[in-house]
Design a protein around this ligand. Structure first.
Ligand code: HEC
Ligand code: HEC
Length: 492
């Protein structure tokens, strides 16, 4: 039965394409129609060559090009048995790949060279027509990363709302002579997500600064490259890092700039492990320099392939500074009431995108003595980065270290709060300000009574709940889900 069927199918070949002339008295169409002839003598018909594969798409890889295509539909000829792909660049011999199905991978190509590629199908009669030519330029970047260097994401000039006015721009810690550049920030994105920055290839910056947790760690204490947990400091959220005016980084501000901060997790003996015993940055730099995509990306960003500590710092800092948060529920409403002619730019006005409880929390957060509880004096809207002159918030009695806080944007998607992650909920944070403020040398005057003793806010249950509700309106899911801040690696 099967041989018979096959024979019957075969008997329909070959197809003869006969152009219909304008002759007949019919509809006056000028198309083509197919007439199949069946050899009456039962002999095997002669095969025709396959027509060209269609829909050919070339995807560049590392020293390779992948060609996907549709097999030619050619009823009547003998079945296609194989395909051959060929890529050629001016002055080179063609490189080829063969196989029985799409896609085909042509390898052994030179990176950075534009190739023209075609595909042919072969059947019993031989190799058929050559497809339309498609071009692609292999590169190590194309092999490892999803980046399109010809169409970079916009890091340098995001559209900011009007309320990111001169007052806010004055808090920007971006060096005047080193504005964010799309190429350098794109390199920073790759570095940020690259586990090669850790000594054993297990941990990236993004391992502890996860977008879904507000670019922080869902764990109270992060686990480093060898599985050891660091145990004293919670990983900080990164949105609006550029609007902390002093520019100093870490909870205790020990890194003077965003740039200088970037080397420290790499060299940390627990976090990424390039400490003295592992050769330090002197071991990391040649490791990165040997990676093909960095040779291309450093050249793309800086003009040559040299991997230096300054360039690493610059690229990571630019990527981090481009994480500006303007997409929260609070932002959408404040945009409607912002008024540059008012002394407080409209911060005391009701925000239309907030519900009644959230807006009650907003009034408490924003308002000074008598109106609210003064959170905004330290956590400054619209960036919610900490004010330059903020001292401590009285977590521990006798505290001498003046800690900072990251911007409160996305605080609600984080899972641990304060420098040591001691609080697991925002309700506990608010309770601290309501009843737990401790005296000490670092305590800020804004959290003291006129007599110098700690000032607890003694909030009602409703007001505490309202403050928590307000903090949830600072979540910026647009930023957290923005592909330009997601991993660029094809295999994360
Ligand atoms: C193993 C976890 C871990 C890794 C990996 C890690 N970080 Fe962090 N990050 C932290 C912790 C914890 C802190 C707070 C540390 C402190 O204050 O002592 C922090 C703080 C920061 C800060 C300070 C933010 C502020 O507002 O002051 C920046 C910026 C930062 N990290 C960027 C990076 C970059 C860039 C990398 C990769 C080169 C990186 N981190 C790798 C855990 C990590
Ligand atoms: C005097 C300035 C100041 C005032 C006023 C203030 N804070 Fe803070 N806040 C800080 C500092 C400093 C930290 C970080 C302290 C630390 O971790 O040691 C902080 C931390 C926080 C955090 C945790 C941030 C994180 O990333 O873990 C939240 C949430 C917060 N404050 C909310 C509030 C609210 C709500 C109010 C008003 C009731 C308020 N703050 C008033 C200075 C202030």
């Amino acid at each position: 039965m099967f041989p018979l069927l096959r024979r019957a199918a075969f008997a329909l070949a070959p197809a003869l394409l006969v152009a219909c002339g304008g002759g007949g008295g019919g509809g006056g169409t000028n198309g083509t129609s197919t007439i199949t002839s069946t050899p009456g003598d039962g002999s095997t018909p002669a095969s025709t060559l396959p027509s060209a594969p269609t829909s050919v798409v070339a995807t560049a890889g590392d020293a390779s090009i992948r060609l996907s295509f549709a097999s030619p539909a050619q009823a009547g000829s003998s079945p296609v048995s194989s395909f051959a792909a060929s890529c050629v660049a001016s002055g080179t011999a063609a490189s080829t790949a063969t196989g029985t199905a799409s896609p085909l991978q042509v390898t052994g190509l030179a990176n950075g060279v534009a190739y023209a590629c075609t595909v042919t199908a072969t059947n019993a009669a031989g190799a058929g027509a050559v497809s339309a030519s498609v071009s692609a330029t292999p590169s190590a970047v194309a092999g490892a990363l999803t980046l399109d260097l010809a169409a970079l994401a916009n890091y340098a000039a995001p559209t900011l709302p009007a309320y990111y006015d001169g007052k806010v721009r004055a808090q920007d810690n971006t060096p005047a002579d080193d504005p964010v550049d799309d190429r350098i920030a794109t390199l920073g994105r790759v570095l940020f997500y690259d586990k090669n920055l850790s000594v054993n290839g297990t941990v990236a910056c993004a391992s502890c600064h996860q977008a879904a947790a507000g670019f922080s760690d869902p764990a109270r204490f992060s686990t480093g490259f060898d599985g050891t947990t660091q145990g004293t400091r919670h990983a900080m959220r990164l949105a609006n890092v550029r609007y902390y005016a002093p520019g100093s980084m870490f909870w205790d501000k020990r890194a003077a700039t965003v740039e200088l901060q970037a080397s420290q997790p790499i060299q940390n003996p627990i976090e990424m492990g390039f400490d003295g015993t592992h050769g330090g940055l002197a071991a990391l730099l040649p490791k990165l320099q040997a990676i093909g995509y960095y040779q291309e990306l450093f050249t793309f960003a800086f003009g040559d392939a040299a991997v230096t500590e300054l360039r690493l710092q610059d690229a990571l800092a630019q990527f981090e500074r481009s994480m500006v948060s303007v997409g929260s529920t609070w932002d959408a409403g404040f945009a409607q009431v912002y008024d540059p002619t008012l002394p407080d730019q409209g911060r005391s006005l009701p925000v239309p995108t907030l519900n009644a409880q959230q807006d009650r929390g907003r009034a408490l957060f924003m308002g000074g003595p008598g109106v609210g509880v003064g959170c905004a004096a330290c956590h400054q809207p619209p960036s919610f980065a900490l004010a330059a002159n903020s001292l401590g918030n009285g977590l521990d009695a006798g505290e001498t270290t003046v800690f900072k806080a990251p911007s409160l944007k996305n605080v609600n998607v984080a899972a641990a709060f304060m420098h040591d992650g001691r609080f697991a909920t925002l309700a506990q944070v608010v309770e601290h300000y309501s009843s737990g403020v401790q005296d000490g040398p670092a305590l800020d005057a804004r959290l003291k009574r006129p007599d110098g003793s700690p000032r607890n806010l003694d909030l009602s249950a409703d007001d505490k709940a309202a403050l928590v509700a307000f903090l949830t309106t600072l979540t910026d899911t647009a930023l957290l889900a923005d592909p330009k801040f997601a991993t660029p690696f094809k295999t994360p």
